[in-house]
Write a protein that binds this ligand. Structure first.
Ligand SMILES: [Zn+2]
Length: 261
């Protein structure tokens, strides 16, 4: 492998390009090909690898994304930290479209996804108690605040299988549990990064209020067009925030122990 990168960025819905003066590389992994070619470029003296998780043409729905290949490709490149924005729904009225949530926990409601690198003979049971890197989360929060973005510093993301959105009853259940955010891709992406010993932080960009909110007839259920519209409107904001995080990352500081390595 001639190509190397320090920091990985996954693009989500509406976020298919990121860097300038890129070099695209095609990478193969023991888990198949990643979602697309990986774009490599240098920013602030750091080597960045960018991969849109749905593919550049959004041809991969959430349940068909090759999560293991995507993480494995980043690992092959030498990536130590991954910043992963996602289009997400809000489950709570105080978290509004246009706000960002730096997720701190997930609840997995997916099924049938290849969600481990340890299928045997090597058997490992990696802790997911605190699945997000606290250091990368802190940098994300600082970066967002410095740009004047409305940031929620904690949040549990419910990961549903998709591609359908939630029913009203499902959404009511998640809201009543006190969970904040809902999307379709945080699991197993976040956990697989942990298995590979890569620091990982999610920025949930709120695009909608899931299936509406209880007792709030003025808040309509989510539609696909609405999600893409808001995500596109906030694209510049997300990119600025990621560049700011990259500037704050000190690569010489190799003291992060979030992955137990
Ligand atoms: Zn970490």
């Amino acid at each position: 492998m001639d190509f190397k990168a320090d920091i990985g960025v996954f693009g989500g819905s509406g976020f298919y390009s990121f860097l300038e003066n890129i070099e695209e590389v095609e990478i193969d992994t023991p888990y198949g090909k990643p979602s697309d070619k990986i774009a490599l470029a240098t920013y602030d003296g750091k080597k960045i690898a960018f991969l849109p998780r749905h593919g550049k043409n959004h041809h991969l729905p959430p349940h068909m994304i090759p999560y293991r290949a995507n993480i494995s490709a980043m690992k092959q490149l030498g990536v130590k930290k991954i910043i992963a924005p996602t289009a997400s729904g809000s489950l709570q009225p105080e978290i509004k479209p246009g706000d960002f949530v730096v997720s701190s926990q997930f609840v997995d409601r997916t099924w049938g996804r290849k969600d481990t690198f340890f299928d045997g003979p090597e058997t490992r049971h990696i802790s997911a108690a605190h699945p997000y890197c606290p250091n990368l989360r802190r940098l994300a929060i600082e970066a967002g605040k410095s740009l004047g973005i409305t940031i929620h510093e904690e949040g549990t993301v419910v990961v549903i299988q998709g591609p359908r959105f939630s029913t009203v009853s499902e959404s009511r259940w998640f809201s009543k549990m006190g969970w904040e955010v809902i999307n379709m891709t945080q699991y197993p992406e976040c956990y697989l990064a942990r298995e590979m010993g890569i620091c990982y932080a999610n920025i949930s960009l709120i695009t909608d209020f899931d299936a509406g909110l209880e007792g709030r007839d003025d808040i309509p259920p989510v539609t696909e067009g609405e999600v893409l519209k808001v995500f596109s409107e906030n694209n510049d904001k997300v990119k600025k925030m990621i560049f700011e995080i990259i500037k704050k990352i000190e690569l010489c500081e190799n003291d992060c122990t979030c992955c137990g390595t």
